[in-house]
Design a protein around this ligand. Structure first.
Ligand SMILES: *Cc1c(COP(=O)(O)O)cnc(C)c1O
Length: 381
């Protein structure tokens, strides 16, 4: 009978039909190329969404991915071969790989326990050890805003440029301000598993028109203004297609709705898992996460291991996943320095006890009950 059960995915795209109208227009006007009215529209609408309550300029650039946006951000920040860049440790590798594209060297900064994001105290410690560091790359894990006041204070005191990776945190707010507006350079993702998607894509956001123009130049093969192809710098093909930008415009109309559904899922887990030796992923009370992925962490001292729960869920065709493995534990970064405050790394601890739960907004209450009951069964003795 177990085999008749419907699989429950971690997070998949949710389309509404509005996307097709914008895509249809691209077809009708035979505008099937990078650049175009949907890219322009998506950039403007994203600025309106993120910066509407801010008295700041917004210049956005739609790109093939968030990874490419982060790469251009690292270039704009001036990272050169051998430069130290202070980076979030517990994140997805795409946050930090672009530093390597430019020859920079990541120093990883441990998480704190209240949001699982970069610990501002560890960041200060990293600056003490590497006073020459001029760039910080910060991610908001699972859609939970970082301790931005403290992070910004440390960055300002050390004159460092902040690059904000808001790939997972679109529509999350910190003291009412949208994630993706705090950095000098900000990156968001429209990858298929994110809160809204274009099937694949990303965006760079900055307050500087000049920087946006420079990023545009690099993203379009660094073509100099000349009648022939003239090049003075290495370029990239990073522009988003006008077709997929249409998907993004349709999705953006549903972003707040997606966020509210994500929160409902989190609340149901919170309620349903009460009484078990587990906690949900934490956030600061005066912030509003987007609850992109609901996660749980098993209490210290409890015998149950995350992989046991993950395997048990998989037997029931339920997709869950370990916490993103911290970068300082990755073989590729074994020679990179890691700065943590206590004896024990918070990131390692969360990785050893946590897991990500199905958070697809199309999951029904009954399906989520199924997930919760399998989790409960793992803790029965
Ligand atoms: C998904 C993700 C990225 C990469 O986004 P793409 O659009 O797939 O390149 C970067 N950082 C974080 C934290 C992510 O979760």
């Amino acid at each position: 009978m177990g085999d008749m059960r419907k699989p429950i995915p971690l997070a998949t795209p949710t389309m509404h039909g509005d996307e097709l109208k914008f895509v249809q227009e691209a077809f009708d006007r035979n505008w099937i190329a990078p650049l175009g009215f949907n890219c322009d529209g998506l950039e403007k609408e994203m600025c309106d969404y993120l910066y509407k309550d801010l008295d700041k300029e917004c210049h956005a650039l739609s790109l093939v991915s968030c990874t490419s946006a982060l790469h251009l951000a690292v270039k704009l920040a001036g990272v050169k071969r051998g430069d130290i860049v202070l980076c979030s440790d517990m994140t997805f590798a795409a946050t930090v790989n672009p530093v390597s594209y430019e020859g920079g060297v990541q120093v990883y900064v441990d998480s704190e326990e209240e949001t699982w994001n970069m610990d501002p105290v560890a960041l200060e410690k990293a600056f003490q050890k590497y006073p020459e560091a001029k760039v910080v790359v910060l991610a908001h894990l699972y859609g939970t805003p970082s301790k931005m006041d403290e992070i910004l204070e440390v960055c300002e005191r050390h004159n460092a440029i902040l690059i904000e990776d808001a790939a997972e945190a679109l529509s999350a707010t910190y003291h009412g301000r949208q994630c993706g507006t705090f950095g000098k350079y900000n990156a968001i993702s429209f990858n298929g598993n994110k809160i809204i998607t274009t099937s694949g894509g990303g965006m760079l956001l900055t307050e500087s028109k000049e920087d946006r123009d420079k990023a545009f130049f690099w993203a379009t093969q660094s073509r100099e203004p000349a009648p022939w192809y003239q090049h003075e710098e290495i370029g990239y093909n990073y522009r988003m297609s006008n077709v997929v930008a249409g998907i993004g415009r349709g999705q953006l109309l549903h972003l707040d709705e997606h966020r509210d559904l994500k929160e409902k899922i989190y609340r149901r887990y919170e309620e349903g898992l009460k009484g078990l030796p587990v906690k949900m992923n934490p956030y600061l009370k005066d912030t509003k996460p987007n609850f992109w992925l609901s996660c749980m962490i098993i209490d210290e001292g409890c015998e149950v291991d995350p992989m046991t729960v993950i395997n048990k869920l998989a037997e029931d065709k339920i997709d869950s996943r370990p916490i993103w493995k911290p970068m300082h534990m990755q073989p590729i970064f074994k020679d990179n320095d890691f700065i943590s405050v206590g004896e024990k790394s918070v990131g390692e601890d969360v990785f050893s006890r946590g897991l990500c739960l199905p958070s697809d907004i199309k999951m029904t209450e009954e399906e989520q009950e199924r997930v919760i009951s399998v989790i409960k069964s793992c803790f029965e003795v």
